[in-house]
Design a protein around this ligand. Structure first.
Ligand code: ATP
Ligand code: FE2
Length: 331
């Protein structure tokens, strides 16, 4: 069978990613350029300017790595949401221009769906329960009756955001997750911090406030605070994930998103999978954090099932929910 090629553009936040995927599931390129803010967190407009400036370079690099010319591109995929408006708009503009210049179809991809699909492709998981944890997202999801259902999610900030903000206040390097993880290795005392699970949903803002308060009080070792944040945050995630696993009876448990790099969280996920006779799957880090390959691959499989996004329907949706997306390529 003749293979098709999709070029995908990811630009939901501070990463600009361009990936190239072939219809047989081969990832031919996964180029990335990250906007590093001079200080503080992400500035949407500055990140968008970075993406606009780097767009040409990153596309050229991905095409060179993939060994393709513009004639070899059959489909253009782009992240249509959710994410930061200015960043999404920059990616969408480039995608529309490319698709109309090359006269190929355009496919708008949901960023959260893409995290799951690249996870399935790269780990071989068929029908996993997925815990997706990053700087902007925290959710437990699984496929049921035509869609990815959200079984539990954060009611306020994402777990990665909690770690990053705390680390910044503590004067630790950015990104905060790995810095907190390193510190936690030398922690031993569990400080009581708010553990907030409401039904199947989670809240991390109280944890952040209380941990920051401990920091200002100055009577606790930073190592102990970091250790405690990890125990509480990953305990909360574990509780909700375990209940969703028991409820759905899925046989695979997929961990993805940048926070999925964490060793402590991985061990929590492994034990839950073991106890329920499921297999734990960890997405390789270059495909777990925001990347273009996941948009290219999801654009490809959607395209093969006839999904098209005409230019007039290609406006971005910064709040596009995972469970609103139709998933005709499953079942
Ligand atoms: P999204 O757009 O999906 O929300 P993102 O822009 O936050 O993604 P990712 O690269 O998926 O990007 O995730 C980054 C997050 O992962 C940051 O919050 C970072 O602190 C966290 N992180 C990275 N490594 C670790 C680690 N070892 N332990 C905990 N958190 C980590
Ligand atoms: Fe992401």
């Amino acid at each position: 069978m003749e293979q098709l090629i999709c070029l995908g553009i990811e630009s939901t936040a501070d990463n600009l990613g361009v990936g190239v995927a072939r219809s047989d599931g081969t990832i031919l390129a996964n180029s990335i350029s990250t906007h590093v803010p001079e200080e503080g967190g992400i500035h949407p407009r500055e990140a968008a300017r970075h993406h606009a400036e780097q767009m040409g370079n990153v596309i050229a690099e991905a095409m060179e790595t993939a060994g393709i010319q513009k004639e070899g591109i059959d489909v253009i995929g782009f992240s249509q949401g959710p994410g930061l408006g200015p960043c999404l708009r920059t990616g969408a503009t480039a995608a529309r221009a490319l698709a109309s210049y090359l006269e190929v179809p355009l496919v708008g991809v949901n960023h959260c769906v893409a995290h799951i699909e690249i996870g399935r492709l790269t780990t071989g998981a068929l029908d996993p329960l997925t815990l997706y944890v990053s700087g902007g997202n925290t959710m437990v999801t699984g496929f049921e009756a035509g869609r990815y259902r959200v079984f539990g999610e954060t009611l306020d900030i994402a777990v990665g955001n909690c770690l990053d903000t705390f680390a910044r206040e503590a004067g630790l390097e950015y990104p905060g997750g790995p810095a907190v993880e390193k510190m936690a290795l030398d922690g031993a005392t569990l400080i009581p911090l708010p553990y907030v699970v409401k039904g199947m949903d989670l809240s991390f803002s109280g944890l952040l406030t209380a941990a920051s308060q401990e920091l200002r009080d100055g009577s606790r070792r930073l190592e102990d605070i970091c250790f405690s944040i990890q125990e509480v945050a990953y305990g909360m995630l574990g509780e909700v994930t375990e209940r969703a696993l028991a409820h759905t009876g899925k046989r695979e448990l997929l961990l993805t998103g940048g926070v999925g790099a964490n060793r402590r969280l991985r061990s929590v996920i492994s034990s839950i999978a073991d106890e329920h006779g499921a297999s734990a799957k960890f997405v390789p880090i270059q495909y777990a954090t925001d990347n273009g390959a996941m948009i290219a691959w999801t654009g490809m499989i959607a395209h093969l099932r006839g999904v098209r996004t005409p230019i007039e329907a290609s406006h971005i949706d910064s709040r596009w929910r995972l469970d609103e997306v139709e998933v005709p390529w499953r079942d």
